[in-house]
Design a binder for this molecule. Structure first.
Ligand SMILES: Nc1nc2c(c(=O)[nH]1)N[C@H]1C(S)=C(S)[C@@H](COP(=O)(O)O)O[C@H]1N2
Ligand SMILES: [Mo]
Length: 306
């Protein structure tokens, strides 16, 4: 998937020619030169027609106002702290109640499932929101491939634990939260066509601060469900204890469906501030995806299962 950009290729050739026609350049020297070229991070994908005409936030906002506690609790600090994060190759582990436990590299997943764009609203539990053009594939394609068995009632997601990448994983009792970061979905939520695995945004590979090289995106749930830099995907029998519920069960639950009628104990969820805008706008039930997802919660008390 990663190809060399024409500009980079021309530059390399120019440098190569500068060595002079007479210079003896071994093929290993050439391949070394090529290996050092910047990789093209653009992706090939089926574009989203944006039928709802959602107003996409500028890339600068989505990439410079982030939540990624493994780097920092600051919104902008992860941009710098994540610059050297190595994300290729990146093998994901697939375990639990599936036909065959295995590890698969991210580019292999891309080749298997193809890529499409999904322009989604994104609402953080803190009260801000944005619209992001994600690139990836629906999680159900991956689950179809993994063939969960009848004991697989939930899907558990785990972020990589690697203190050489993530400074906050090195701080022991002084860490902001417990690591590794864990999230979970009920199997029917995981299989819903809106549930997405992203490898890119704004036409390009995910930047480290947005959860490179691969993350979850669940548009009708608060942002914390959209777990970054995935390491493991497990199909499990029991409901996983997700990080934020573990951290503070009075404030964060398992479901975390966007719901303007259920306030956070410390603030209202009725409104949200779109990044870059001054005035708040009303928050929509299920973040505007009620028609598509409310049947998943029929008969459930959404105040109890928050
Ligand atoms: N591993 C991990 N995943 C995470 C987080 C995190 O701190 N660590 N923050 C969550 C929260 S609270 C939000 S709002 C979104 C933010 O995604 P973005 O920074 O790409 O907008 O990521 C979620 N996924
Ligand atoms: Mo969030």
């Amino acid at each position: 998937m990663q190809t060399i950009t024409p500009e980079a290729f021309f530059n390399a050739r120019r440098q190569f020619l500068k060595l002079g026609a007479g210079a003896l350049v071994s093929s290993t020297a050439i391949s070394k030169l090529l290996a050092e070229l910047p990789k093209d991070t653009s992706l090939h994908y089926i574009p989203d027609s944006n039928a709802q005409k959602l107003v996409i936030n500028p890339m600068e906002q989505a990439t410079h106002y982030v939540n990624f506690y493994e780097f920092s609790t600051d919104k902008e600090a992860p941009v710098k702290l994540s610059q050297n994060m190595k994300t290729t190759p990146w093998h994901l582990g697939f375990f639990g109640e599936i036909a065959k436990e295995q590890m698969i590299e991210v580019d292999t997943l891309i080749a298997k499932f193809g890529l499409e764009e999904r322009i989604y609203r994104f609402r953080c539990v803190e009260g801000w929101s944005m619209v992001v053009p994600w690139i990836g594939f629906p999680l159900y394609k991956l689950l179809d491939y993994l063939e969960p068995n009848s004991d697989a009632k939930y899907v558990k997601f785990t972020t990589r634990h690697d203190p050489t990448i993530f400074p906050d994983q090195n701080r022991g009792i002084f860490s902001a939260i417990k690591y590794p970061y864990v999230e979970g979905l009920r199997m029917d939520e995981a299989r819903h066509p809106l549930t997405f695995i992203a490898v890119g945004m704004y036409g390009k590979r995910l930047l480290p601060q947005n959860g490179a090289p691969i993350r979850l995106v669940v548009p009708w749930k608060y942002g914390f469900k959209s777990i970054k830099s995935l390491d493991l995907i497990e199909c499990v029998k029991e409901q996983p204890l997700n990080t934020w519920q573990d951290q503070n069960p009075n404030e964060y639950g398992f479901y975390a469906n966007v719901n303007p009628e259920v306030d956070h104990p410390r603030w209202t969820q009725a409104k949200e501030r779109v990044l870059g805008k001054l005035l708040k706008q009303p928050t929509l039930k299920f973040n505007g995806y009620a028609k598509e997802v409310e049947h998943l919660y029929a008969g459930m008390d959404l105040r109890k299962f928050f």
